[in-house]
Write a protein that binds this ligand. Structure first.
Ligand code: HEC
Length: 259
């Protein structure tokens, strides 16, 4: 009997609490509406930016790679100092939900995660949409990734003390970039050297992105680089012959506005 009574009391308490919570929710619905409108304004893109030190960003990106891998490390290295400067909306940004960018998206060797992370940050800060400044910055970063012997970044406390070789990917693809480096370095994918190479490359890309964002903030960013889709009338990267050899297929331009 005593047991049953207790049960009843507990039940009543739970129901009571539920009713109270529902009432409170109803009462505050109006206030919540106001809050969510203010929040919506606060999180509307583009997000605020103040110039960052590329060296500090690079060092953070290098260290973050060992927790978040390439893409999320680039985002973290840029958004963490901005969180310190601005608080929201950066404070609520779930950086670690972008770990999947690793290995060219979940190990599929497509776009290197550093470029995806850089593109995300540049778009959220400098404006998104077809060939808005954010996309122009991304375009420049991707081209630089393809054209530059990497990694050049020397970490303060390197996990690998030996000098690491550099390589030029000629491609935005993780698969091509990592593969060419593995060949030059004569190291396997699971080696600590390959990992440190990717961590250093992540530092390079994060720093380069911030350099361009700093220029943009100063009103000095300019880019004449076309996006490949505009050049070729097909989404593409520039190294056609890398994959197609001498026989690059003809592009179907039916229905294009300018043939
Ligand atoms: C990363 C590798 C890669 C690169 C770089 C690449 N392609 Fe392709 N492309 C392919 C593959 C794979 C296919 C599908 C199979 C095929 O046709 O070879 C394809 C298909 C095509 C097609 C469709 C028609 C067809 O015959 O399959 C065209 C057109 C094309 N590519 C043009 C280009 C051009 C132009 C470039 C450079 C601006 C380029 N590609 C760069 C891999 C690539």
């Amino acid at each position: 009997m005593e047991f049953d009574e207790k049960k009843l009391t507990r039940r009543k308490l739970i129901i009571g609490a539920g009713t109270f919570a529902a009432g409170a929710a109803l009462l505050s619905a109006g206030a919540q509406n106001l809050i969510s409108k203010a929040e919506a304004k606060e999180t509307a893109l583009p997000w605020p930016y103040e110039k960052l030190d590329p060296n500090e960003v690079a060092e953070a990106a290098y260290n973050e790679w060992y927790k978040l891998y390439c893409g999320a490390a680039v985002i973290s290295s840029i958004f963490t100092p901005l969180k310190k400067k601005f608080g929201e909306p950066y404070a609520s940004f779930p950086v670690d939900s972008f770990i999947w960018m690793h290995g060219g998206v979940a190990g599929w060797g497509t776009m290197c995660g550093t470029e995806i992370g850089a593109t995300l940050a540049a778009n959220m800060i400098a404006g998104q949409g077809v060939f808005k400044d954010g996309e122009k910055i991304a375009n420049e970063v991707i081209q630089w990734y393809c054209d530059t012997e990497l990694p050049t970044y020397a970490p303060k406390n390197p996990k690998i003390s030996a000098k690491l070789p550099m390589s030029k990917s000629g491609s935005p693809l993780c698969h091509v970039s990592v593969g060419k480096w593995m060949k030059v370095a004569d190291k396997g994918f699971w080696s600590p050297e390959r990992k440190d190479r990717c961590a250093r490359l992540t530092a390079n890309i994060a720093a380069h992105t911030v350099k361009l964002l700093n220029d943009w903030k100063d009103g000095k960013f300019k880019s004449d680089l076309k996006i490949p889709a505009m050049t070729y009338n097909i989404t593409a990267q520039h190294d056609c012959t890398d994959c197609h050899g001498g026989k690059v297929p003809e592009i179907n331009t039916k229905g294009n506005p300018a043939k």
